[in-house]
Write a new protein. Structure first.
Length: 311
């Protein structure tokens, strides 16, 4: 059971290729106009990242940073450069024709690829929202596959070939996974008390695997503990210490997230969705869903349909 992959899918994490920057000489740009998280991969040269309230961070080729949604930040050629707002119309134009946003003066010595990630922020079980406001993985991290992915991303953009769009769409998703693989082992303290704390406790991880494999089962803390051959007291103690919530609270949140994903992505009847997440009574399921999402299942599905069909 791939727990992280499961949560990324159900919480609706999606990535999209943003603007590419090619810069030389003296340059700067302020970036704050996207609601999701922003990833910047430096594929050549170097840059300085500035975030309000923090010290400038020097980035070199192969470095990747991920900033949480809404983080106002700038990229520049020098730590003391005054960042100028990005021209959204120009950024949209060059992105639509597959070109780079050119800053400063030629020749271009720095090349940066931006990827945006967003998710269903109402989902109770998250990975993206559990990451720090600023996540930095250096080119020297030594994580298998991380540097290869950054180089492949740069080569694919610099030298488009057959099916480059398909390759880039896949690399957008792979880049987030590789970034997490490189960063997570280095910061165990940052994981405790969040969903990512499951990575530190094999007992809790096994319990979550049971829940994810059969979310419709009538789980209790006792039956879950029995399924993984530990005492109820052990599971009751270790579960909240690892991920900040009880087994029962997690089960309810996960069921509602699964239900929201099925309502969003399928045309399954509400009765089938309710049964799949352990509710034999549609009214009971509807009450639980309203508590989690603030809408009835039918209204939630209709609102998702309108969102997906809006221009």
């Amino acid at each position: 059971m791939d727990l992280v992959g499961d949560v990324l899918r159900v919480s609706g994490v999606r990535g999209s290729l943003g603007v590419r920057i090619e810069a030389g000489g003296s340059w700067s740009v302020l970036l704050d106009d996207y609601p999701g998280a922003a990833l910047h991969a430096v594929v050549a040269g170097g840059a300085w990242l500035t975030v309000a309230g923090g010290e400038p961070l020097e980035l070199t080729a192969g470095d990747v940073v991920l900033l949480s949604a809404g983080t106002r930040h700038g990229l520049s050629s020098a730590p003391d450069a005054e960042a100028r707002p990005c021209d959204p119309a120009e950024a949209a134009r060059v992105r639509s024709i597959g070109e780079a946003l050119r800053l400063g003066s030629p020749p271009a010595r720095t090349r940066i690829v931006t990827i945006h990630y967003d998710c269903d922020h109402a989902a109770g079980t998250q990975v993206l929202n559990e990451l720090p406001d600023l996540l930095h993985v250096g080119a020297d991290a030594g994580a298998a596959g991380f540097d290869d992915t950054v180089r492949l991303l740069g080569r694919e953009l610099a030298h488009p070939q057959i099916a480059t769009t398909a390759v880039l769409n896949s690399l957008v998703d792979i880049m987030l996974i590789q970034l997490m693989r490189a960063w997570l082992p280095t910061r165990p303290a940052d994981r405790r008390g969040t969903w990512l704390g499951v990575l530190d406790d094999p007992i809790v991880r096994e319990a979550l695997e049971q829940i994810h494999a059969d979310p419709g089962r009538s789980w209790t803390t006792a039956t879950l503990a029995s399924a993984i051959a530990v005492s109820r007291a052990t599971l009751s103690r270790r579960f909240p210490a690892a991920i900040g919530q009880s087994p029962g609270a997690y089960l309810t949140r996960w069921r509602m997230d699964l239900a929201a994903a099925r309502l969003r992505d399928t045309r399954d009847p509400v009765e089938a969705v309710a049964a799949a997440v352990g509710y034999n009574s549609v009214p009971a399921f509807s009450r639980a869903f309203v508590r989690a999402r603030g809408q009835t299942p039918g209204r939630y599905r209709a609102s998702r349909d309108r969102h997906q069909t809006s221009p």
